[in-house]
Design a protein around this ligand. Structure first.
Ligand SMILES: [Zn+2]
Length: 288
């Protein structure tokens, strides 16, 4: 955090320097747009093929083929979910929360994409429907579905609680679920767990201090976030021990509810003309 009393005196032109207008780092008009007309048109013709439930304070894995749709739904009560995505054929290609934030902003909604790690940097999934898109940004600067948090984890908890051991943080839930799904050891699986999309979580940064905050999620049973899978995906979703994240996480104190993941096939022919995204065409010479 910035010091309340800086040790360095402000220069004479401090006001002028602060008044320089910001420039958006990645103007969205240069980003190839997703074919939203195609994605919206296929939604009414979806046929459900599979479902999995992430129980409270646990995670579940699910598989989605390129061209399928998956939906994460709040059931039974307000609940936040931590989502990891991998290329189903290469766990080395995984969701890149930081670059997704740089491209789309702090919180995602319809039309935004979940981008993959270097050297791939291509869309893994595109959000095609969001029943919480009405929320926008609240008066605190908060919004839902963030890519600014990381995931609750036992290491930070241990650090902040004088050695406390808690085993149902999203990081651990995702680790156990990935190990069970793939046959990897827990240590191997843990290395593949990465920063998440915080589905339904309501977060922001305090204006005065820049501190990361959370508040009770506005999600209610029946709300959902729906994605088009751009490549073959392995997903893992943790029902965060923080429940609606209104008070605390990294404990069993909050009321927690399951999250439902459903997978759908589009109607035959609905994807005519669609192609999965190619790997990123950068030549990887790095100037050498
Ligand atoms: Zn969590």
């Amino acid at each position: 955090m910035k010091p309340e009393t800086p040790e360095t005196a402000a220069p004479a032109d401090a006001a002028a320097r602060r008044a320089v207008r910001p420039v958006v780092c990645y103007p969205p008009d240069t980003l190839p747009p997703p074919p939203m007309d195609l994605f919206r048109a296929l939604r009414p013709g979806l046929t459900k093929t599979a479902e999995v439930v992430a129980p409270p304070r646990e995670a579940a894995c699910f598989s989605v083929r390129a061209g399928q749709v998956f939906r994460i739904t709040s059931v039974e009560g307000p609940q936040v979910g931590d989502l990891n995505l991998w290329n189903a054929n290469d766990l080395g290609e995984r969701f890149y929360s930081g670059k997704t934030r740089a491209l789309h902003g702090t919180h995602l909604s319809t039309g935004d994409r979940m981008w993959s790690s270097f050297p791939h940097l291509r869309p893994m999934a595109t959000i095609i429907h969001d029943t919480l898109d009405w929320y926008g940004f609240d008066g605190f600067g908060g919004s839902v579905h963030d890519v600014i948090g990381t995931r609750c984890d036992p290491y930070t908890h241990c650090l902040l609680s004088d050695g406390g051991q808690y085993h149902h943080c999203c990081h651990s839930n995702l680790t156990r679920a990935l190990a069970a799904e793939t046959g990897l050891t827990r240590a191997e699986a843990e290395a593949h767990v990465h920063d998440v999309l915080n589905v339904f979580m309501c977060t922001g940064f305090l204006r005065e201090t820049g501190q990361y905050f959370m508040k009770a999620s506005p999600v209610r049973p029946g709300d959902y976030l729906e994605f088009f899978a751009e490549i073959d995906l392995l997903g893992a979703l943790s029902a965060c021990p923080g429940g609606d994240c209104s008070a605390e996480h990294s404990s069993d104190a909050a009321a927690c509810f399951p999250l439902l993941v459903e997978v759908f096939d589009p109607a035959p022919g609905a994807l005519a003309g669609w192609q999965p995204p190619s790997p990123n065409p950068y030549d990887r010479s790095h100037g050498a």
